[in-house]
Design a protein. Structure first.
Length: 176
């Protein structure tokens, strides 16, 4: 099935999603790679609220024009590196949609069942398509400290996808 979802997405809608479904997201998403995951998990209070946003495993290529950031390319990064973080991340911040590529492991699959979430796969090499669906760069955090790919970018997206539900809240995974 195909779904167009507006984030935040309530648990009842997440429960309707199954492995193989295609989704498109409208609303706020934030990027986080290894260093950002680590920093956020160690932080007491964050300068933004990630709950209600989708998490995108991405290190975007950005360009600044005056005071405005524009996305040049925003393809997914390999998600398996975040396996050591994302179970804690989902529990701590209430994340129920993760976007990435290459799959996640058993720990994430079990946590998606407990927290009612999905892991979605976005096509690698489609960074320009992703950039097209990013309508605004709301904020950036830790740019000076972490650098462009590791910083946390908050994007406003419209019909971001297609995203394939690769792991669902029912314990199913296309990787098993």
């Amino acid at each position: 099935m195909e779904y167009h979802l507006k984030v935040p997405v309530v648990s009842d809608k997440i429960k309707k999603l199954h492995v193989g479904d295609i989704i498109y997201i409208t609303g706020k998403i934030f990027t986080a790679r290894d260093e950002a995951h680590n920093k956020m998990l160690k932080a007491g209070k964050l300068p933004f609220d990630p709950s209600g946003m989708a998490l995108y495993h991405c290190g975007p290529l950005m360009k600044k024009k005056g005071k405005v950031w524009k996305v040049v390319s925003a393809g997914p990064t390999t998600s398996s590196r975040m396996e050591i973080f994302d179970d804690k991340f989902m529990k701590k911040y209430g994340i129920n949609i993760i976007i990435g590529k290459g799959g996640m492991g058993n720990k994430t699959r079990k946590t998606l069942q407990k927290t009612i979430g999905v892991y979605t796969s976005y096509t690698g090499g489609a960074g320009a398509l992703a950039a097209y669906h990013i309508k605004d760069v709301s904020s950036v955090y830790w740019l000076d400290e972490l650098g462009m790919p590791e910083a946390v970018w908050i994007f406003e997206v419209k019909d971001f996808g297609p995203l394939v539900v690769a792991m669902d809240s029912h314990g199913k995974s296309i990787y098993k």
